[in-house]
Design a binder for this molecule. Sequence first.
Ligand code: ADP
Ligand code: ADP
Length: 221
Amino acid sequence: GAGVVADSLVKTYARGARPVTALAGVDLAVAGGEVVALVGPSGSGKSTLLALLCGWESPDSGVLSYTGPLAGRRPETLGWSELALVPQALGLVADLPLADNVLLPARLRGDAAAAGPRAGDLMAGVGIGHLAGRYPHETSLGEQQRAAVARALLLHPAVLLADEPTAHQDRGHADRLLDALVAAARAGTAVLLATHDEQALDRADRVLAMRDGRLGPRTSP
Ligand code: ADP
Ligand code: ADP
């Protein structure tokens, strides 16, 4: 399967009086089939790393690449079946019901009808099957987050990046979300989660710790 590789990524935000080095040389490889969790204090660079890995930001130096069937591709050319995101801000479309939000990646490529059953299964699996017709503002933040995860999983993405995907969940719903993410990995997806959630760390194949823009093995808390 495909994976994502970061090699010596450096990113400094120059806004304001003092530049902030968010990433100070990050090496990372996530392979298809594994769930990697990224932990670290707030401000340590986790979101910046995800933003680089999906092409929202570009590095000052270092190289981001994809492997396997995605070798040689640039992030901005990847569709939802290749690179799927669960951003911290979720990114649901406000004037589409939850089911249409979940179906959006399929609709963008003109096969929403074919993806309907999978969308329904995913929504039921994460506990929003009864909310298909609700608009995002008629649902809780936790329910919106579950829709964002279902949407990311819809097209069996090669790589899935999720920022705190269980942040707004109770234990039971967090478990169902993690079940869905782990199942995707077992089917070949490379899954990278930024998370503080012990439940998520327990389900990860590997846990990496981010501190001051550097990545290392996890030290005991
Ligand atoms: P985390 O996700 O671990 O909380 P971030 O990647 O959001 O960490 O932030 C890393 C550092 O970069 C922090 O010092 C943060 O203030 C800074 N930073 C992040 N995004 C920006 C931005 N758009 N402009 C300026 N500084 C930023
Ligand atoms: P592919 O069939 O190559 O996977 P899609 O048909 O899934 O491509 O994607 C269609 C369009 O949807 C993309 O060109 C892009 O504009 C948008 N898109 C795809 N993936 C994402 C994503 N992860 N985040 C935001 N927009 C996306």
